[in-house]
Design a protein around this ligand. Structure first.
Ligand code: OSB
Ligand code: MG
Length: 370
């Protein structure tokens, strides 16, 4: 494989309903869609999961554009590659900027899968033909509304309900939710809203039989999470704190996490995601695939990654229609009784809907060899 042309597009899509977390609310999604073409004319796509504000992590779609335009695209244009794993080795010369790296790495994986006539799932070594899915539910205006929203998704068959929490929207909310749904797998995601001093409050969550509590403490912490885990019976799952296999190893060795949420963008691409998966499998740490409110390309990549065997717990990759009036792929990702049937065709298994892409494009720029 040798990339000869890359096009970046800034896409803007309205979400069907706002999504609120402890750090802010999302309504309009601005992101980068990357199209890469290799010398044989095979086209692959990647999606940046960086948001427009640096709330979840330090990257934004504009910092990703800068990194791609000035560093990452020039590093790959004209470079002969035997395997997509080489991309993460090449990019290791550039610190962090994982979501930017992942955007183009994903397109290389897509091209590689097509050229070796495999589905992305097969190329990654995935083993499942269907995956279990859960859903992540933002902070609502009232507990009554939350219960109604959850009821709808439980009836649709989603296999696990994740609820966002923050100070003032936590113990009572989880108590009432557990009372309303005694038998549903429920978890809470704090997105770093608490400190170790909140341990007494967090311990109250142990009463609700939660599958896990996700990222309760600081986004860059692994020490305090280890201290907290010793005092909680609910398993801690790290999200924001894990950027690499090294981070995963340190967190697991310290006892900071019993479960890991893997997000392809946060860890710099599919190759690193797979490395973390393999390490966790060896250590008996279950993983699941997180979500970043992706459009269709990012969603398709999440589906493929989730087919690896240690993705034991349902992920956040819900169906396209939960987020978008019209997604940018055909068919859209659909959920049937809580499962997604994994496409078998070569590549990502969903076609790009170029008409929809054009409709959402704010600007685009093409980069060629020389
Ligand atoms: O922490 O997992 C998170 C959305 C935006 C930023 C961070 C997170 C989330 C979600 C939604 O939980 C997952 C999804 O439905 O894509
Ligand atoms: Mg999270």
């Amino acid at each position: 494989m040798k990339l000869v042309e890359v096009t970046l597009r800034h896409l803007q899509m309205e979400m069907k309903s706002p999504f609120s977390t402890s750090f802010g609310t999302f309504q309009t999604k601005d992101f980068i869609l990357l199209e890469a073409r290799d010398e044989q004319g095979t086209v692959g796509y990647g999606e940046s999961v960086a948001f427009s504000s640096p709330w979840y992590n330090e990257e934004t779609f504009k910092t990703n554009w800068h990194m791609l335009e000035d560093f990452l695209i020039p590093m790959l244009l004209g470079k002969e590659l035997q395997h997509p794993d080489e991309v993460s080795d090449l990019f290791s010369a550039i610190r962090k900027n994982n979501m930017a790296k992942s955007t183009i790495e994903g397109a290389v994986w897509d091209i590689y899968a097509q050229q070796t006539n495999q589905s992305l799932t097969q190329a990654l070594g995935g083993t499942k033909d269907q995956i279990d899915v859960g859903i992540s539910i933002g902070i609502q205006d009232s507990v009554e509304e939350l219960i109604e929203v959850v009821r709808g998704y439980v009836e649709e068959g989603y296999k696990r309900i994740k609820v966002k929490i923050k100070p003032g929207w936590d113990v009572d909310v989880m108590r009432r939710l557990r009372e309303a749904f005694p038998d549903v797998a429920i978890m809470a995601d704090a997105n770093s809203a608490y400190r170790l001093e909140d341990v007494e409050l967090l311990k109250q969550l142990d009463a609700f039989d939660l599958t896990m509590v996700e990222q309760p403490l600081a986004s860059d912490d692994i020490i305090d999470h280890a201290t907290l885990q010793k005092q909680l019976s609910t398993p801690i799952c790290l999200d924001e704190s894990i950027h690499s296999l090294e981070d995963a190893r340190k967190a697991v060795e310290l006892g900071s996490t019993k479960i890991i949420n893997i997000k392809i963008g946060r860890v710099g691409g599919l190759t690193e995601a797979k490395r973390i998966h393999d390490y966790c499998m060896e250590k008996g740490i279950p993983v699941w695939c997180g979500g970043m409110l992706e459009a269709g390309i990012g969603r398709a990549h999440n589906v493929a990654l989730t087919t690896l065997p240690n993705f034991i717990l349902p992920g956040d990759t819900a169906g396209s229609s939960r987020y978008w009036e019209k997604d940018i792929i055909t068919p859209e990702v659909t959920v049937d009784h809580g499962v997604i049937h994994v496409p078998q065709q070569a590549g990502i298994g969903y076609a790009i809907d170029l008409e929809a892409v054009e409709q959402y494009t704010v600007m685009k720029k093409t980069y060629n060899l020389e």
